[in-house]
Design a binder for this molecule. Structure first.
Ligand SMILES: *Cc1c(COP(=O)(O)O)cnc(C)c1O
Length: 435
């Protein structure tokens, strides 16, 4: 790649060559190795520019029309634009675009709708749930009483789905105040209708954590968890949280959508309950991302993301790997390494692939016998490489490279050769900001 940081950040290069040199190397890394981490993406140049805008200079505690500082006339317009675009995108009654991250969006929901010690039912962490769904090392698990549901046992391409019978039984016995659905490592579509029924049967609030799938929803390739007219009014989740930087392809950040019933409690929870001044430069970039997500090109992009993930999953099966649940409906897939080689852990596989220029993350598989630090699985996602323009032919090539790297993992020459092939492939698909 002949372009470097100085071409994109000329002022940084002049003011701080030491930092510019590090940025330069990161740009090269992002554009010469395969980015298959399911929660990552490449934002557009417009999103990058808005994130770097003068709005970073402004304090704006409060909400549009109700700020604690003066001088917010234009900031208010930026935040209103982001909120209005987001509400239109999901057909939501209420939106809060201030959460600094997905974790903050979830914290805002818990603070706004629960009391410390309340019972929450969420997905088991080793079966796809997120740290903020009750991990003992996270505030959620320390301040609330989390209990969990899991997935059914492996069974070709019908197992490893959310166990609705188990979820319903636990809900009826434990009567949680809140049910959390949505996951960080679950490859299948979650139908909100049966969950709404279970929540209604015990009077629980239903939250959908769309951190991973928000972009798929906006692109129309995943059902809207707020419910659709086909389900009748209010047949979906009461609250939807998500991150703006995963499939949504915006700046790093979070957002909350809800019915008007919960709007005030949620707004108060985010500010002044949890956060101080909002990051209005990031909110400006969220507005750009929501505009981009409303375009037909975005829907087309999301369907290619899913198509690429399906092709990558079946090509990896051909290489001898088992995929959890037998494939994927979404942008991500989980590979169970135990069939390929029972000796190979997720940790070792991730390190081998790193050496071969293939970036992914290790992940527990359902009923994993190894710890979360070691694991027996790998998680792959296609959002980032699809943004660069890669299609199904490239996914076949990527699967073959992964198989070869892991089969010949003790041969350093092979890994170096693969790293070279990866760089050649990537050079044909430059990511933003190179395009
Ligand atoms: C990524 C993720 C989050 C947290 O997002 P951050 O921006 O990293 O705080 C929350 N929930 C789920 C399901 C996620 O996958």
């Amino acid at each position: 790649m002949s372009l470097g940081a100085s071409d994109f950040y000329p002022t940084v290069s002049a003011a701080d060559p030491e930092l510019a040199a590090i940025l330069d190397r990161e740009l090269t890394r992002q554009s010469s190795t395969l980015q298959l981490i399911a929660s990552e993406n490449f934002t557009s140049r417009a999103v990058l520019e808005a994130t770097g805008s003068v709005l970073t200079n402004k304090y704006a505690e409060g909400y549009p029309g109700k700020r604690y500082y003066g001088g917010n006339v234009f900031v208010d317009r930026v935040e209103e634009l982001a909120r209005d675009r987001l509400k239109a995108l999901f057909g939501a009654e209420h939106a809060n675009v201030q959460p600094h991250a997905g974790a903050n969006a979830n914290a805002g929901v818990y603070i706004g709708l629960l009391k410390p010690g309340d019972t929450v039912l969420a997905m088991r962490l080793d079966q796809g749930g997120h740290l903020t769904h009750g991990s003992p090392v996270n505030f959620s698990g320390q301040y609330y009483r989390f209990i969990s549901y899991g997935v059914t046992p492996a069974n070709g391409d019908t197992g490893e789905r959310i166990d609705l019978d188990q979820l319903s039984d636990i809900a009826k016995n434990e009567r949680p105040r809140l049910i959390v659905v949505g996951a960080t490592a679950y490859p299948r579509i979650i139908d909100i209708a049966p969950l709404r029924e279970i929540a209604d049967s015990i009077g629980a609030i239903l939250m959908f954590d769309a951190a991973h799938v928000a972009g798929l929803i906006a692109g129309g390739v995943y059902p809207n968890p707020l419910g659709s007219s086909e389900h009748g009014p209010n047949k979906g989740a009461d609250v939807v949280t998500f991150t703006t930087h995963k499939t949504m392809r915006g700046p790093r950040g979070g957002a909350i959508l809800s019915t008007s019933q919960y709007s005030q409690a949620l707004d108060k929870a985010i500010f002044p309950g949890l956060q101080g001044g909002p990051l209005e430069h990031v909110i400006a970039a969220k507005a750009v991302a929501f505009l981009e997500a409303s375009r037909p090109e975005f829907a087309n992009y999301q369907s290619r993301v899913v198509e690429n993930a399906k092709v990558l999953a079946s090509a990896l099966e051909v290489e001898g790997f088992r995929t959890v649940s037998g494939g994927t409906d979404t942008h991500l897939l989980l590979v169970d390494l135990t069939k390929f080689d029972p000796e190979l852990s997720g940790k070792e596989a991730q390190e081998v692939l790193d050496a071969a220029g293939i970036t992914c993350n290790r992940n527990q598989i359902p009923y994993d016998i190894r710890s979360p630090f070691i694991t027996s699985g790998l998680r792959f996602g296609t959002p980032a490489m699809t943004t660069t323009g890669m299609g199904t032919d490239e996914m076949l090539e990527v699967a073959a490279l992964i198989g070869r790297a892991l089969r010949e993992r003790n041969n350093e020459d092979t890994l170096a050769a693969i790293r070279n092939e990866v760089a050649i492939l990537c050079s044909k698909f430059p990511p933003p900001p190179f395009v």
